[in-house]
Design a protein around this ligand. Sequence first.
Ligand code: HEM
Length: 119
Amino acid sequence: MTLYERLGGYDAIAAVADNLLPRLMGDEQLGRFWAHRGDDGLAREKQLLIDFLCQQAGGPLLYTGRDMKTSHRGMGVDESDWGRFIGHVEATLDHFELAAAERDDVLNFIQSLKTEVLD
Ligand code: HEM
C-alpha cells in the first residue's frame, strides 16, 4: 500500500493541512511568513500543499506548484523556524493519532525537505 492509502487518502491528507496551517499561522515566530496575505492566496497555497503531500505520498494527483527550493528561496527560513515548524507537524500528527509507522514516514519525508526549504 502507498503511504497515501495508509494515511486514508485525499480527505485525510486535506484534514492534516486544515489542522496544520492555523498552527503555523498562529505561531508567534512563524506567523510573519503568512502576514498580509489575502484569503484567496492562502486558499491556493493550502490546496498546493494538499496536492504536493498527496502526490509525494503516492496518490493519484498532479502537483502543479513550484518545487520546494524555488518556492521557499529568499524567505529566510532558519533552523529555529524549522524546529517550530516540525513541532507543529508533530502536534498535528498527534491530533490524528497516527500509527507509529505512518507517523515516522510522514516526519521522515518532511525532514527530507529541510535543506530545500532553509536559506
Ligand atoms: C518553516 C518551514 C516553512 C515555512 C515558513 C513555509 C512557508 C511558506 C510560504 C509563506 C509559502 C507561500 C509562498 C508564496 O506564496 O510565494 C509556502 C509555499 C509552499 N510551501 Fe512552505 N513553508 C515551510 C515548509 C514547507 C514544507 C516542509 C513543505 C512540504 C511539506 C512546504 C510546502 C509548500 C508548498 C507546496 C507551497 C506552495 C508552492 C507554490 O506556491 O508553488 N512548505 N511555504
